[in-house]
Structure formats: C-alpha cells, structure tokens
Design a protein around this ligand. Structure first.
Ligand SMILES: Nc1ncnc2c1ncn2[C@@H]1O[C@H](COP(=O)(O)OP(=O)(O)OP(=O)(O)O)[C@@H](O)[C@H]1O
Ligand SMILES: [Mg+2]
Length: 1138
C-alpha cells in the first residue's frame, strides 16, 4: 500500500514559538518566557531562523534514539519541531548535495552542553552517512577520538563535571558521495595551570584519577605509582571522586578507544609513563640551604621520588637534579649559571610539569590526526565542528590571562557570526531579488581591535613588555596599558591620571576592565606577564631532551644543544592570536551553522530554569540582537510550494487544487485574503512576510478553515454513509424475495414430476410384458428349426471329412516315397564328392613335399656357407643380453662394505664379471663419498691418514677406528672454568683434551690439558688452566710410541730449542691415535715437513740432562686393562702393558 506523505511544519503543535523570529512582541521577557515554556515541556531546542538554541536539560531525554534520527533524516529544516538533528541534517545534505563546505559553531558557557552537542552532531552524521566496513572504521575512529581527548583534556570543575579545558576544532572530511574519509583536529590553549593547582572543589585532568583507579596493580607498579590519591600533591583531594563518574571503567574505555584510534602498545605505554612522571614531579620537594657566599640555594628533600622519575623517563638523575638547582642563561657568547632558590626551584618544577603535560596533549592530538587522516587524495568536502570555551566571567575580579584569551576568541567568533549572518541574509535577498534594507547592529570589530591591533592592541603591548629588557612586572604592563588605551571607549582602568574611572571603587587598582560585546569583564593583571612568557628554563628542556625516552625527547626538540636558538620562543598570547586568525580564515570559507548552548541553572540539576542566569547568557550571546537582525527585513520566508500547500484551503481558486505555478497561486491567495501589500514581498522562489503577525493571522485563518473543512467533510461523510446503507438494504431485500420465489416453484415442480413418473412407469410395465410374451414364442420356434438344421449339417460334414481323410493319406504316401528317393540320390552324390576331395588333397600334399625337397636341395649349399656364423653371433648376443638383464635384477646394495656379488653364469664371461664387480664397487664408493659434507671429508681424510700411519703397526689402532675424531673434547670457549685459558690462547684450538703427564722421577701420572693449535702444542694445568709449557710446532721433532695396546707417547723436542730445556714430554692418552694423527697433519701443513713417528717397544726420551729408555713389556692384568709405569733405575722406565 502506498504510504501517504503527510506534510508537516514547524508551526504544527508548537509550544510557545519554535522559531524566535516569530516571537511577538519581541523583548527580553517574552524571549525568556518562550524559552522557559518550551523547556518546561521538554522542548530544549528553539530556532532563531537557522540558528539552534540548545538548553542543557541535565537529564537524558528520549530524543536522540535511532527512530528520531530516521524522523529527521532528509527532512526540510522547518518541517519538524526544532532539533539539533535538523541542523546536522541540513548541514550534511547541503555538503553532500550542493558541495558546500560546512562548519558548525557551538558556543556557550561552561556546562552549557557544547561538547555533548558536538557529539550529537557527529553521531547523527555518522548514522546517516554511508555504510560499509571501511567507512564504518573511519566513523569509529573519528568517534573514538573523543573519549581519548576528553580523558586528557577534560576535568571536573565547579561548573561542569566534564568540562573541556581546551578548545577543539575538528574537520570531518567526506568524499563526493558523502562518505566520511577522515578528519583533522586542531586544539587550542589547554588550561595547563590545572596540572599543578586546581581551585577548590575542582579536580585535575580526568586521566590522573583514571589511571590510579583503573590500572591493574602490575601496571601501576610498572609506572611506579600507588593507588592512593592522597599520595600525590598535584591531585586536589577535596573532590577526588565525582558522583556518577566511574574512573576505573572510564580508564578501560580510554584504553580501548586508544586502541581503536590506532595507538601502538608501546605508544600507549609511553603516554602513561609521561602522565606518571608528571604526577610524581609534584611530589618533589625542596628545602633551603645557605651557601658560604650568603646566597640561598635549594636542595631536593627526598631524592627517592626523583630517582623513580628518572628511572621511568630514562633521564640521568644528576642531570635533572642539576636542572632543578641551577639556571644557565646564555647570551651571545657568554654562559652564566646561577643557583635557584627554593621558590625558583618550585617554579621550575611546576613549569616542567605543565609543559610536559601540555606538550603531551598536543602530541596526542597530532598522533590522533595521523590515524584519522584521510587516506585518499581525492577532493574532499569538509564539515568542521568547533567546540570552544564560551565567554567566561568570574566574579571578584578572578579573571586572569586565560579568561582574557578565551573572551578574545569569543569576541572574534561573535564578529564572524555577525558578518556571516548578515552576509547570508543579504545574499538571500539578492538571490530572491528583494531590495536590501540596511540593518543597524553593533559591530564588535572595535573591541577585537583593542585586543589584537598589531601596534596598540593589548596583546601586542603585553608582548612588548615581556620582551623589553629591564625589570618587567605585571604592574609595569598595566601602566603601559593605561598610557596607550586610556582613551579607548571599551577600556576602563583607574590608574591613568585622566581616567574617567578614578572614583570607581568597584575597579581595583591592579585590574583593568574591558567592555566586551557580551558585557563588562574585570581582569586581574597579576600573572599576565608570566603566563604570556610561559617560561621553561633551558636547563630543564635540555635535561628532557637527554631523556632515554623517545616520546619525552620528541616533546622537547628545543633541548637539543645542536639546535640551540637564542631567540625567545613566541609568547602564549601571540601563538593564540595566530591560531585564532587561522581558525577565522578557515571558518570564513565555509557555510556556518550555529548552535548556541544555554545553561538553565548553576546546580547541574534537571527541571530548574534560573531566569536570571539564562537572561545573562542571552545577553552576552547577543541572541536578541540575532533575532532582530534576522527580522530586520522580513521575519518569515518560505518557498512557494510549501506555502501554497499549507494555506491553499483559504481561497476558492486554490482549493482543492491549483493547476498553475505555485507563485501565481500564492499571489491569488494573498490578494484574495486582502493582506496589505507592504506586509509581504515576492522573491524568486520564496514569499517573504514582513511581520510575524501576518503569519499568525494566516495560521489562525488556516485553523478556522480547517475546522470548517472538518465539519464539511463530516457532513458529507455522514450523508454518504446513510445512503450507502439504504441502498445496501434495498439490494438485499430483492435478493431475498427472488430466492424465496424460486424455492416455492421448485417444490411444486418436484411434486408434479414424481406423479407423472409413476403413471408413466405403470403403462410402460404393461407394454413391456406383452412384447416379452411375443418374443418368447418366437424364440422357441427359432430354436426348434436350428436343432433340425444342426443334425442335417452334422451328417453332411462327417461324410465330407471321411472323404478328405482318404485323399490326404494317399498324398502323404507319395510324399514319403519321393523323399526317400531324393535322400538316396543325395547320399550317393556326397560320397562321390568326398572321394574326389580326398584325392585332390593327396595330390596337393605330394606336390608340396616334392617342391620342399626341390627347394631344400637347391638351398642346402647356401646354408652351409653362411648360416652357421650368423646363428653363433645371434646366440652369443642373446646370452649377453640375458646376462645383463639378470644382472640388473640381482644387483647388490649400494653399501660399500657389502661383499655380495651374484655368481658368474657362464665361464666365458669370467673376466667381464670381475671387471663389472670392480667398476660397480668404485661407482658406489664414489656415490657414498659424494654425500660427505666438508667436515666429514676432513674426518675421513684424518682417518685415512691414521690408517696409513698406524694400521698393522700399533695395536691400539683398531680401537680408534670407531672413535669419532672430535678434537676439542674440552669446551674451552664455553666452559667458564677455562676462561683464563681461553683468553691466553687466541688461535683456533684443534685438540683440547686431558692427558696424563708421566713424572720423570717416579713414573706417576699427573693430569694436564693438552692443547694443539695451528702453531703450538700447549700443556696446561687442569685445575687452574695455567699454561705450563708452550712448544711451537717447528720444535717438535718426533713422536714415539709402542706397538702395543697402550696410550703412552713421547713428544721429542728439537735440541737446543727453548722448550727443550725442560726435556721431552712423556704423555698418555686414550685418544693417542687421533692426537698423533692431528699433530702429524698440523705439523705437515704448518712446517711442510713430515713429523717422524717412531713405533717401537723401546725408545729413548730426553729428561732434562739424561736420556732415559722407556721400555714396554707384557704385564699382568692386576690393574685391569690399565698399563702401569715404573722407574726402574736412572736409565730405565718400564711400562707394563696388560
Ligand atoms: N543534550 C543533553 N542531554 C542530556 N544531558 C546533557 C545534554 N547536554 C549536556 N548535558 C549534560 O551537561 C553536562 C555538561 O555538558 P558539556 O560537557 O557538553 O558542557 P560544555 O558546554 O562542553 O562545557 P565546558 O565548556 O565546560 O566543556 C554533560 O556532562 C551532561 O551531563
Ligand atoms: Mg566541553
């Protein structure tokens, strides 16, 4: 069923007036009353033309659910009751369909609901713009940047439990379809003084409390923090907990959001480390210490906290400690170091904490921007959302530099608001071809000039004062202000002699007052110079730059001594002025949409509407002025189509349908209604109504006419209803009568019909019986005739049958005789044919034999000459083939030690068979060798060498065959026990093994480490690893050993060499074969000479001066298999080998 579209309007069911432009009469009271009336009926939004006024309801209203989003989606701005969604929808559609960049400017005082409004706008746009996995991720990242920035940039204040302490401007970028691509966030002036001190009843930034409440014990321990808030001087304690705020769960939300936005784990960790460091900085305390020169110096009271900060941030403790005690001032060539007193040290500490935190915050914004940056280079449409601190006025002259800066920003916003509203109004008039009438309004450019003028502006003078040499104080600044600005009509001060305010006691001497567009604000001059300078001692920034912490290092680039810059950094004021100028430039290129937030009470409570408070806000937001500007020409305007649609029932020509153009219809309508001509004007596409009264008159007429129309409709409907009922009843009666008549006739007919049938059946029965009787008689006559005829035919037939049978019998006899005759003839013929065939075959066989005989006789002579040799060759070839084929199947395995070889089949193949066996063996040996790695090759080479040297010569040799030649049996380089030894030997170790050294005196053995390197043989003490002897390989002349199963061997040294002074070595080792082989090989490769290896059961060994004979004899098996060695006399050492 097609859905019927119902055209609604803002004017339907209006509570008060939904658009202040229609307020009549227009004054402050009626304005406030209208707001109050709407607020009491839960209508928190009201329009001034296209501007939305939003009153903070301080409770959750069911007006932001998905159904509401659907309701406002793609609807015209004035179609439904005022809502922030209508504004968001208008902005989004105009961006998407008309390609106009948008900005949404949200202003209002602290707690008025700016941040909530900005989030509502963002969530509405997110809900109505494109969908899809990629787009959703972009949306999610944009939305999740909010909790992160709020945790670090928001705090509980007396006005707002979640007060933004920074200004935020976010550009959301879209593609041509209106799908979000990414965004850019700019932040303005974080209130960093809050880090070190909070006013009573307020808290520090949320993140500090969130970490302490929400982080796990383990994480806190990592950050060297304790859960107890009271441990930290920087945390205001009187309101550490906020009702309805769960810091712990918010901490989890923030971490989750950071993850979604794309922070890496190590980045998150670094961020929290910086936060922890800031918190701990507050606990550093100083005490005074007098120095000999009479100057006061400060000392850190308890260095524990400082130590932990340094551990956390990777800063050298002494560097930071010095930065807290000294200040170095660098002029062009000179460097002067002065000590800091206690007050200066505290100042330095706080400045560091503030700077660390505010730079961290800016870093976070940059980092988020990196993540949410649009990934494509296509042309983007932009929707900017500005959530900036509203005008701030503290009582009792508590307004300081921050308020001055904030109010300056609002002054600029007001200026742009006036400019853009008037511009838009004027553009619409021109677009619609309506004459432009000049509108009187207050232009606040003069106040902006008072603050920002490059020569005489307050900010310029503050900068000048800050940069001036000599003593500069807040008072000298005020003096200067008094000289330059005294005559300015928006500047008030008591100091100047000719001041108009000399007798104004409400203005203290240390204050000046500015008449802002929103009201007068008194600024306390104290702290202006300091805050504008925003000084951080260079020693501190250099200390931070030296931190072994990549984030902190990056936060203080000016600390890099290589980039030292003697120029002063730009002041806070000038930085802010520049960023505001950029913002204004940016806003001017976009189509503005305004949300003016109003706070209904100071108690953060629902349902309370404090008229005085609201009145104050209306005044300084300039809302009445706004309405006046909007109404200056024509109060109400509407396109012709909806206007005609709404009021067409007021005139006969246009009701119910107007066939011509809408404009003509409206003209007819207005003429008919007799509305005075100066009350309205026809634009190109809209009708402009000068006075709300006219509109309300139209609305009243419409209401009246609607009532009349309703009565008319009711009347016609009732008549129609009765008539239809009557017609229906009449129709029913006819139907019933006809049905009854039909029924009666039917019954009568049935009765007649059944009587006729009875009579008819009697007659028919009588007739049938008569016919039956006649038929029966006829049948009986027919039957008698048939029987007689049948007898006669029978006789005839039997006679004929008999005749036929005789005839058939004769015919059969003839046929049989004929068949016998034919068979006889056929058998005789067959016999003859068979005889003939046999004869023919015999002739053929005899002929073939004869031919064969002839052929054999013919070819016998050829056969004898050649066939014998051919048969021989063929047979030989077959035998060889068979031999090889069988061989193929009987091949032995590829193992070189497999001795199997198939038996030889034929004697004549004997030599071939042996040769094949040899070739095969060589081939598989090669195959086997090819698998060797280089290392295995080396080992086999060594093994081969050993076999050549010792096989069949030394009884110990067979036992060595199975041993892997490991060489380094001791792990000199790994085992810490041999560290000393390892340090002493810097060559590659070929053998490291424990050997027994035989004592010359008694033949007893002592353990030694035997080392063979490329160039030396070394003996070292086994326990201490001290090198006892070191012999160059060139000095080893011979190695002697027995032919028996023992491991004794003597190493003979070159006579006269340095090593020979102590005599030859007599050693014993289980790995003798390996050692001798390696020694032999190494000597050969190093000295190119073959080492002499003597194998004899008796040889001489040089012991110091004497030569001793070592003799090997067959001993008993007393000591098992161990040979024993005994000194027999001066000249004989006997070794008994079992
Ligand atoms: N539309 C709303 N519906 C329900 N509650 C709201 C709404 N707008 C604001 N609030 C409530 O008011 C509180 C303050 O709002 P918000 O933080 O947006 O103020 P603000 O104007 O951003 O203030 P500040 O300038 O201090 O940042 C919110 O925490 C919320 O409880
Ligand atoms: Mg806020």
């Amino acid at each position: 069923m097609a859905k019927m579209e119902v055209k609604t309007s803002l004017l339907d069911d209006m509570i008060g007036v939904g658009d202040m432009v229609l307020l009549e009469p227009l004054n402050e009271d009626s304005f406030i009353n209208n707001l109050k009336k709407r607020f009491d009926h839960n209508e928190v939004y009201t329009y001034i033309g296209s501007v939305v006024i939003s009153i903070n309801p301080y409770r959750s209203l069911p007006i932001y659910n998905p159904e509401k989003v659907e309701e406002y989606r793609n609807r015209n701005f004035y179609e439904l009751s005022p809502h922030i969604f209508a504004l968001a929808d208008e902005a989004y559609r105009s961006l998407r369909d008309q390609d106009k960049d948008q900005c949404i400017l949200i202003t209002g005082e602290s707690g008025a609901g700016k941040t909530e409004a900005s989030k509502l706008v963002m969530s509405y746009v997110a809900a109505v713009c494109g969908k899809g996995a990629e787009v959703n991720q972009v949306k999610e990242q944009l939305l999740q940047s909010n909790p992160v920035l709020e945790a670090f940039g928001n705090a509980k204040t007396v006005r707002n439990d979640n007060s933004s302490r920074f200004g935020k401007y976010m550009d959301i970028e879209f593609d041509f379809k209106g799908d979000p691509l990414g965004g850019v966030i700019s932040n303005y002036l974080l209130e960093k003084s809050r880090v070190v001190k909070q006013p009573r009843g307020e808290r520090n930034f949320h993140i500090f409390y969130q970490i302490l409440s929400g982080a796990s014990e383990e994480f806190l321990c990592k950050l060297k923090l304790e859960r107890d808030f009271s441990r930290y001087n920087y945390l205001g304690l009187d309101s550490a907990r906020v009702n309805g705020v769960d810091d712990a769960s918010n901490f989890r939300t923030v971490r989750n959001a950071m993850q979604i936005v794309g922070f890496m784990d190590h980045e998150t960790q670094s961020v929290f480390e910086v936060v922890a460091a800031v918190l701990k900085l507050g606990n550093i305390e100083f005490k005074p210490e007098s120095r000999a020169n009479g100057l006061d110096e400060s000392k850190i009271k308890d260095k524990n906290e400082l130590k932990e900060i340094c551990e956390l941030t990777g800063i050298d403790q002494s560097v930071l400690e010095r930065a807290f005690s000294f200040r170095t001032v660098e002029a062009k060539q000179e460097k002067v170091s002065t000590t800091l007193n206690v007050a200066q040290a505290y100042y330095a500490r706080d400045a560091l904490a503030k700077n660390l935190y505010s730079r961290l915050f800016s870093w976070l914004v940059t980092r988020i921007n990196e993540s949410i940056k649009a990934q494509t280079k296509v042309r983007k449409k932009v929707m900017g959302v500005l959530d900036i601190y509203g005008f701030e006025i503290f009582e009792n002259a508590d307004n300081s530099f921050e308020q001055f800066i904030i109010n300056y920003c609002n002054e600029k916003l007001q200026q742009i608001f006036i400019e853009l509203t008037l511009k838009e109004e004027q553009e619409e008039y021109i677009r619609e071809g309506i004459e432009w009438t000049h509108i009187e309004y207050f232009n606040n450019a003069i106040i902006c000039d008072l603050i920002e003028n490059n020569q005489t502006g307050i900010l310029a003078m503050l900068d000048e004062e800050c940069l001036r040499p000599g003593t500069v104080t807040d008072d000298t600044f005020l003096e200067k202000l008094n000289q330059v600005c005294a005559t300015h009509q928006h500047f008030e001060s008591r100091m100047s002699k000719c001041s108009r305010f000399l007798n104004d006691t409400s203005l203290p001497h240390s204050c000046f007052r500015i008449q802002h567009y929103a009201g007068k604000v008194m600024y306390q001059v104290e702290g202006f110079v300091d805050k504008n300078n925003d000084l951080l001692y260079r020693d501190l920034s250099q200390a931070m730059w030296k931190a072994n912490h990549s984030l902190i290092k990056a936060l203080f680039p000016e600390g890099n001594p290589a980039k030292i810059n003697l120029k002063r950094p730009p002041t806070a004021g000038s930085q802010f002025k520049a960023s505001v100028a950029t913002l204004m430039k940016n806003l001017q290129t976009k189509n503005p949409n305004y949300i003016r937030c109003i706070k209904p009470n100071d108690k953060k409570a629902a349902h309370i509407f404090n008229e005085a408070l609201v009145c104050h806000q209306i005044r300084y937001l300039g809302l009445l002025e706004n309405v006046r500007v909007r109404r200056a020409g024509y109060a109400f305007r509407q396109p012709y189509e909806p206007c005609l649609e709404r009021y067409k029932m007021l005139c006969k020509q246009t009701w119910p349908h107007w066939r011509g153009p809408a404009r003509a219809g409206v003209e007819v309508l207005f003429n008919e209604l007799g509305i005075p001509e100066d009350e309205f004007s026809f634009g190109r596409s809209k009708i402009f109504i000068r006075n709300p009264r006219t509109l309300f008159k139209l609305e009243d007429l419409r209401k009246q006419r609607l009532e009349d129309l309703a009565t008319l409709i009711e009347k016609i409907y009732r008549g129609w209803k009765c008539r239809t009922r009557f017609l229906l009843m009449k129709k029913c009666q006819i139907v019933i009568a006809s049905w009854y008549r039909r029924y009666a006739q039917q019954k009568k007919y049935q009765k007649i019909k059944s009587s006729a049938i009875t009579v008819q059946s009697y007659i028919r029965g009588w007739k049938a019986r008569k016919v039956l009787r006649e038929l029966k008689h006829l049948k009986r006559c027919n039957e008698a005739a048939t029987v007689i005829a049948a007898y006669w035919h029978g006789t005839q037939a039997r006679r004929e049958l008999r005749r036929l049978k005789d005839e058939a019998r004769n015919k059969h006899a003839i046929a049989v005789i004929w068949a016998f005759w034919l068979g006889y003839k056929a058998r005789r013929e067959l016999k003859r044919l068979k005889e003939e065939a046999r004869r023919k075959h015999a002739v053929a066989v005899i002929w073939a034999y004869w031919l064969g005989l002839k052929v054999r006789r013919e070819y016998r002579k050829f056969f004898r000459a050649n066939a014998g040799r051919k048969i021989y060759e063929f047979t030989l070839q077959r035998l060889m083939q068979k031999y090889f084929l069988e061989m193929k199947n009987k091949m032995p395995s590829l193992s070189p030690i497999d001795k199997n070889w198939p038996a030889r089949p034929y004697l004549f193949l004997d030599s071939t068979h042996k040769e094949l066996k040899r070739i095969f063996h060589l081939w598989r040996c090669k195959k086997y060798r090819d698998q060797f790695t280089d290392q295995q090759k080396l080992i086999y080479e060594e093994k081969l060498e050993a076999s050549e040297l010792f096989k069949d010569k030394k009884a110990l040799y067979p036992a060595s065959v199975g041993q892997p030649f490991q060489g380094a049996y001791l792990e000199i380089s790994e085992n810490p026990k041999y560290k000393k030894l390892k340090d002493a030997v810097d060559e590659k170790i070929i053998i490291a093994e424990v050997v027994n050294k035989i004592n010359r005196a008694n033949g007893k053995a002592a353990s030694r480490i035997f080392l063979l390197t490329k160039n030396n043989v070394l003996l070292a003490d086994q326990k201490s690893g001290t090198i006892k002897s070191e012999v160059p390989l060139g000095d080893v002349t011979k190695v002697s050993m027995s032919s028996q199963n023992d491991g004794f061997f003597a190493v003979h040294l070159k006579e006269g060499s340095e090593a020979a002074s102590k005599g030859d070595f007599l050693l014993s080792s289980d790995h003798l074969i390996e050692m001798a082989t390696k020694l032999y090989r190494t000597t050969l490769s190093q000295t190119k000479q073959k080492l002499n290896i003597e194998i004899s059961d008796e040889f001489l060994v040089q012991f110091k001066q004497d030569k001793v004979c070592v003799k090997f004899i067959q001993g008993s098996q007393k000591n098992g298999n161990i040979p024993t060695c005994k000194r027999k006399n001066n000249r004989l050492l006997e070794v008994a080998v079992p």
